[in-house]
Design a protein around this ligand. Structure first.
Ligand code: ADP
Ligand code: MG
Ligand code: MG
Length: 481
């Protein structure tokens, strides 16, 4: 079923003559841009975007915003490892997923052995939802604890759609939408979260630096730069950008506290902000792993540290759907209910009773499910009818590395237009809402816990996945209905 919402109905010739040039020029002027695949430095193009904002029920939007601080605190508590729960679960998982979770876990153990001098940690999170088409309730797709992106560009796409609406580009000189097209404040709220960590690191330190750890050939530079420029403009905090492999070349560690400094300027790095290191391909060689350890054991605050990164696995999300487990972290029953109401069923594929049920569903009714490994960044899941074959080719003792998740069914929207490169698509889309949050904490206390804006990403109805940088989706904004 699709919803046919009201979108401007503009004939193709006028679209090409008026609205598209208007849109392209706004995007390029305002940095709503992304490098194309296999780019040269001098090439840019507009980021994949929708031409119009996509309708979303106000009720769903606000309920996702309202629950974010509870989610921030939940994941902070998990990372604090109260009762050793995260440790226990990660050790089990590390055995099944030795290739990545296992390596992160080993690195964490080495860091503990070398001594972790900085107890402050910054979580920069994004909780992603689809709106269930029957109830309009939000249902969580996943909770991201590392390298969450599009906080910068999300603001810009909201500004673009407001600009096009207010200038009458959608509707021959008059405003097409009378309803609110909100603009996400993630561009400044994420900078505010990073600044809070820098301030707490050392309130009197002069010229503190934030180190953005980025991927080689990063295509999403401009999304990151928005946050970097806001840090400078609003808080006077400077940043450097470096890849994992460049850490030893460009930084050094000094004294027993292991404070981290920039080599070229001798400025102290207060915060290491990871926009890389979430996937095995980000670790090109042993050097990358060694450098990740240098950062983890340095006195700079990490956003995130390894434990916080490890709290964001799909396995942890699956375990939290059990109320008894959730009650380890949330005492208050009504708060627990609010979190539980955002979950769909997620099954392990192990020998527990729930795991046996999961295996049965995976093999007998796969069309209702998605199978997820412990990976980030899009393109890793196995969908519906592909699940049984995939599992049959996987040794049974490795099935525990996956979780089986009920598919959420959002309404698809017809009438929007997706711009990718210089192409335009008029296919039905599905939209995923992400809510950002920042939380600064140590082993026992929380010092800062804030909502940090939102993101709407849309993808073609015909595609299973929605990652924008992975090439499956586009950045969208919202018209509240
Ligand atoms: P990643 O960490 O790689 O982003 P996700 O869990 O977000 O992994 O899955 C990738 C995409 O798969 C999502 O953006 C969404 O489009 C789709 N997807 C994941 N889980 C579900 C689900 N339960 N129901 C419907 N679609 C889903
Ligand atoms: Mg995702
Ligand atoms: Mg993810």
């Amino acid at each position: 079923m699709t919803t046919n919402c009201s979108f401007p109905n503009i004939p193709d010739d006028r679209l090409k003559r008026e609205l598209l040039p208007e849109t392209y020029q706004w995007c390029l002027t305002n940095g709503l841009v992304m490098y194309p695949i296999n780019f040269q430095q001098e090439q840019t193009m507009i980021a994949p975007v929708t031409l119009y904002p996509t309708p979303l029920p106000r009720r769903s939007f606000e309920s996702a915003e309202d629950v974010q601080k509870i989610y921030n605190e939940l994941y902070a508590k998990i990372s604090q490892d109260s009762g050793g729960w995260l440790t226990n679960e990660t050790i089990k998982l590390a055995n099944f997923d030795s290739e990545f979770t296992g390596k992160l876990w080993k690195l964490y153990l080495e860091a503990v052995k070398n001594g972790i001098t900085q107890k402050l940690k910054l979580g920069v999170f994004r909780s992603d939802y689809l709106v269930d088409k029957r109830s309009t309730d939000i249902k969580q797709v996943e909770f991201n604890t590392v390298s969450v992106s599009f906080g910068g560009l999300s603001t810009k796409v909201g500004q673009l759609h407001n600009y096009l609406n207010e200038t009458g580009s959608y509707s021959l000189g008059t405003k097409f939408y009378q309803q609110e097209i909100p603009t996400s404040e993630s561009d400044s709220l994420l900078a505010k979260g990073l600044a809070a960590a820098v301030k707490k690191y050392d309130p009197v330190l002069e010229n503190p630096i934030v180190a953005f750890i980025t991927q080689d050939n990063e295509r999403n530079v401009f999304d990151q730069r928005v946050i970097e420029y806001n840090l400078l403009k609003e808080y006077g905090i400077r940043s450097i950008r470096l890849t994992l492999d460049e850490v030893q070349e460009r930084t050094y560690v000094k004294d027993e506290k292991r404070r981290l400094f920039v080599k070229s300027s001798d400025q102290e790095i207060a915060l290491v902000y990871f926009r890389a290191g979430y996937s095995p391909t980000d670790f090109k060689s042993q050097i990358s792993w060694d450098n990740r350890l240098v950062l983890e054991t340095s006195y700079a605050i990490k956003a995130p540290d390894l434990m916080t990164q490890l709290s964001g696995t799909k396995k942890i999300q699956q375990l939290l759907t059990d109320e008894l487990t959730l009650s380890k972290f949330i005492d208050d029953e009504s708060t627990r209910r609010r979190i539980l109401s955002t979950f769909v069923k997620i099954y392990p594929l192990d020998d527990t009773p729930l795991g046996k049920q999961g295996k049965k569903f995976a093999l007998e009714s796969p069309h209702k499910y998605v199978l997820k490994p412990q990976r980030e960044g899009g393109g890793n899941n196995i969908y519906k009818g592909d699940i049984p074959d995939f599992l049959n080719k996987t040794p049974v003792d490795q099935w525990s590395a996956y979780v089986l998740m009920e598919l959420i069914e959002p309404n698809s929207t017809e009438g929007n237009i997706v711009l990718r490169g210089n192409e335009m698509f008029k296919e039905p889309i599905l939209s995923e809402l992400g809510i950002f949050g920042c939380i600064l904490f140590n082993e026992t206390e929380v010092f800062y816990n804030e909502y940090a804006g939102w993101l709407l990403r849309s993808k073609f109805n015909s595609s299973n996945e929605g990652g924008v940088a992975a090439g499956f989706g586009c950045v969208d904004s919202i018209v509240l209905v």
